[in-house]
Design a protein around this ligand. Sequence first.
Ligand SMILES: CC(C)(COP(=O)(O)OP(=O)(O)OC[C@H]1O[C@@H](n2cnc3c(N)ncnc32)[C@H](O)[C@@H]1OP(=O)(O)O)[C@@H](O)C(=O)NCCC(=O)NCCS
Length: 144
Amino acid sequence: MSPVTSAANLPEGVPTIRVIAMPTDTNPAGDVFGGWIISQMDLAAGTTAAFRANGRAATVAINGVVFMEPVVVGDEVSIYTRITREGRTSLTIHVETWRRARHTHLTTKVTEGDFTFVALDENRRPRPLPPASPANSPTIAASA
Ligand SMILES: CC(C)(COP(=O)(O)OP(=O)(O)OC[C@H]1O[C@@H](n2cnc3c(N)ncnc32)[C@H](O)[C@@H]1OP(=O)(O)O)[C@@H](O)C(=O)NCCC(=O)NCCS
């Protein structure tokens, strides 16, 4: 995959998490472990889901995760989230992971996937999503 060279090849969504990949995050081959990346994506999507749900939300499904390029130690890893579907109690969030090699300005999309969350009540049962408003919409809040 090519590095960012034009506005047409930029992350989609709200910047949600940025973290540096560390040696403890690697697999036996020395590249960053895919499970660590999915964990960061789940954390980012969970942040967006909790914001939109105005409270607790749990991951119910992770679909279509693809790894296009490896992440290496020292990379700046940025996670972007975008709500793509809202149901009665659930919502789906498209998550993109981008890497920037430590000493360059070039960023590349390395992973993406769709994370579905369910808003939960105090008994861990599904509850309806509240109506969307500037107070609980990440996209509206990010552009306000
Ligand atoms: C989330 C949970 C409470 C849902 O319970 P449930 O009995 O399946 O609830 P329902 O059948 O009423 O479905 C609730 C919503 O989830 C959606 N859903 C359920 N299973 C799904 C799946 N596999 N993929 C996508 N959506 C799913 C339903 O379509 C429904 O959405 P809607 O209300 O927007 O139409 C239950 O599955 C659970 O506790 N799972 C474990 C969650 C967890 O521990 N996650 C990891 C840590 S956060």
